[in-house]
Design a protein around this ligand. Structure first.
Ligand SMILES: Nc1ncnc2c1ncn2[C@@H]1O[C@H](COP(=O)(O)OP(=O)(O)OP(=O)(O)O)[C@@H](O)[C@H]1O
Ligand SMILES: [Mg+2]
Length: 238
């Protein structure tokens, strides 16, 4: 699987096939036992600084304010306090949370906390953005809003995105390419190019006939792997 610079790639595959594992290999959090993971042509060694990781769970410091959470990355990377604060404020404005900088995470909604996570990720100017089902805990409307916001924040950064999701609609609405993985241990089964024009609004994209056509096509590929995984599960239970 190859991801080009500035490309948005979504990865779908049955549960347990190895999607999260793939992201941890790219980030350097884990090492492959076989094969190679290359970033910018170089094998991954250790945890790379210019990789941002957004998880399904909130990855914010509960004891820090919103502003302090977003400043944490730049501060950790040695950016002077004043500059870190300014950059954090710019990103908080972009995610619509400028009025909430003194709040603590528990005082925010799930969607707002997710925005803090996005600001805290983008503020580090990542070249690669790894996202593991980042919006799956949100309600449907907030999820659509967040998807639009993500596309908006990402456009112009030049960052490459690898976005893992179980939601095929979400993957098509967001990505340039959808990678379908096989039942575990996963290999790449098929790669689908998504030629829908940008900028996109996810709720509108879903209504286009091209969207339903590509959805059907990808689902026939993915559905088979999901079925294989399910049958294996049933086998274990028996
Ligand atoms: N290529 C592989 N070879 C051997 N084991 C693997 C491989 N890929 C994943 N695994 C193992 O399979 C398990 C599930 O992997 P992982 O969490 O990456 O799945 P996932 O696709 O993210 O599932 P979910 O959709 O439920 O989040 C882990 O214990 C992982 O170590
Ligand atoms: Mg996973």
């Amino acid at each position: 699987m190859t991801v080009d610079r500035g490309e948005f790639v979504a990865v779908v595959g049955p549960t347990g096939c190895g999607k999260s594992t793939t992201l941890t290999l790219v980030s350097g959090l884990e090492e492959p036992t076989e094969g190679d993971v290359l970033v910018g042509g170089e094998p991954v060694s250790g945890i790379a600084e210019d990789v941002g990781f957004v998880f399904q769970q909130d990855a914010v410091f509960p004891w820090r304010t919103v502003l302090s959470n977003v400043m944490a990355g730049p501060r950790f990377r040695g950016v002077p306090k004043q500059e870190a604060r300014e950059r954090a404020r710019q990103w908080l404005t972009r995610v619509g949370l400028e009025a909430f900088e003194d709040r603590y995470p528990h005082q925010l909604s799930g969607g707002q906390r997710k925005r803090v996570s996005l600001a805290a990720t983008f503020v580090n100017d990542p070249k690669i953005l790894l996202m593991d089902e980042p919006f799956s805990a949100l309600d449907v409307q907030t999820r659509a809003l967040m998807s639009d916001e993500l596309l908006d924040l990402w456009s112009g950064t030049g960052a490459s995105v690898v976005f893992v999701t179980h939601d095929l609609e979400e993957s098509i609405a967001l990505a340039d390419k959808v990678v379908v993985m096989t039942a575990g241990p996963a290999t790449v089964k098929e790669v689908f190019e998504i030629d829908l024009p940008r900028p996109r609004k996810v709720e509108q994209v879903r209504l286009q006939t091209e969207f339903t056509d590509i959805y059907r096509e990808i689902w026939s590929s993915l559905g088979e792997e999901v079925r294989i995984t399910r049958e294996r599960g049933a086998g274990h239970a028996a």
